[in-house]
Design a protein around this ligand. Structure first.
Ligand SMILES: Nc1ncnc2[nH]cnc12
Ligand SMILES: [Zn+2]
Length: 338
């Protein structure tokens, strides 16, 4: 049981966190026929390309800043109820532009949702702006420029998501230069759909402190060693990887092997309802299915906080909160054993 463990995640896409019931409500609200992507309370897709299409269709059901505030608050309240103290939310200003809302209102809605959830539960959150790789290098550069000039205290990182098979990392490196110059933390989806070479490209050309997924690095032992030496944090999303058939089952998932090899890893939900999961379930899988001990799970949660794109005062507060709880439980266990 992992219910009692404090949790943190640094990789969840906001539209990907839409509960199917909320998507259905949004579709009714706007008179949209969502039956191609939402059936019997579940999202409909069968491979990575279809998943991205389904994702974009669900994103298009959110049309106002208030819609985004509701979505963000709903997601964070569920996390807080599962003992989560921190989340980093991946957002795409392109979605705001595509629905005609505009990036500023899109971002303002998400910030409202973060403030509302923090007021109710104390959960802390930050925003990572992402470029969508399948929209091409120019859009990804625009997303980086937008993040750089947003000067929004909740926007602390830059990412690139989307179709990993489109182009090479080099085509997008300029976007990361812009984000780096603006002082944003850098992470990039790699080693999910594409193999180890994409992780190597990311390390060579982006030099991020974290990589989204990165799990296919396991195909290259020298690369695993390099990740461990660099201390690059992998934002691992096991349920997503199984749903998208990156690995056939949890037994063959490399989370444990990467950790054992000294790579810094943490547990994340990615697009939870699309993959029939939640952060709470990901922790349960790590424990009950992968056989990872509570102590090791705590190490991964601590890694997420250590790697979070927050100011040092906020990090210190989160670490103190985390250590106080995991420490007191270690103390309780010792008392039980004595
Ligand atoms: N798992 C994933 N990989 C790449 N892009 C995404 N966008 C949303 N989820 C994603
Ligand atoms: Zn992702």
């Amino acid at each position: 049981m992992t219910r009692h463990l404090l949790k943190a995640e640094i990789h969840c896409h906001i539209e990907g966190a839409t509960p199917p019931a909320l998507a259905a409500t949004q579709a009714r609200k706007y008179g949209v026929d969502a039956s191609k992507v939402l059936r019997d309370g579940a999202y409909v897709w069968s491979d990575f390309s279809e998943f991205l299409v389904c994702y974009d269709a669900v994103a298009a059901l959110f049309k106002t800043a208030d819609d985004y505030a509701l979505l963000t608050e709903t997601y964070l309240l569920e996390l807080a109820a599962a003992n989560t103290i921190y989340s980093e939310i991946i957002v795409s200003p392109d979605h705001g532009d595509r629905i005609g809302l505009g990036a500023d209102a899109y971002l303002a809605g998400i910030c409202d949702g973060i403030h509302a959830a923090r007021e109710k539960t104390g959960i802390e959150a930050r925003i990572i702006v992402t470029g969508e790789r399948h929209f091409g290098p120019d859009r990804v550069i625009s997303a980086a420029e937008y993040a750089a000039r947003a000067k929004n205290p909740l926007v602390t990182g830059f990412n690139m998501a989307g179709e990993e098979r489109m182009g090479r990392v080099a085509d997008y490196a300029r976007a990361f230069d812009i984000a780096r110059d603006a002082g944003l933390g850098l992470t990039i989806h790699a080693g999910e759909v594409c193999g180890a070479f994409s992780v190597a490209d990311a390390l060579d050309l982006v030099k991020p402190s974290r990589i989204g997924h990165g799990v296919r690095a396991i195909e290259d032992p020298a690369l695993v060693e390099r990740l461990a030496e660099l201390g690059t944090v992998l934002e691992v999303c096991p349920g997503s990887n199984i749903a998208l058939k990156v690995f056939p089952d949890f037994d063959s998932h490399p989370l444990k092997r990467l950790k054992a090899a000294g790579v810094r890893v943490c547990i994340n939900s990615d697009d939870p309802p699309f993959f029939h999961t939640s952060l709470a379930r990901e922790y349960e899988i790590a424990s009950g299915v992968m056989g990872i001990s509570d102590g090791e799970i705590d190490e991964m949660t601590r890694t997420a906080i250590e790697a979070a794109f927050v100011d040092e005062a906020t990090r210190a507060k989160l670490i103190a909160r985390f250590d106080a709880q995991s420490g007191s439980e270690a103390g309780d266990e010792a008392a039980i054993r004595a």
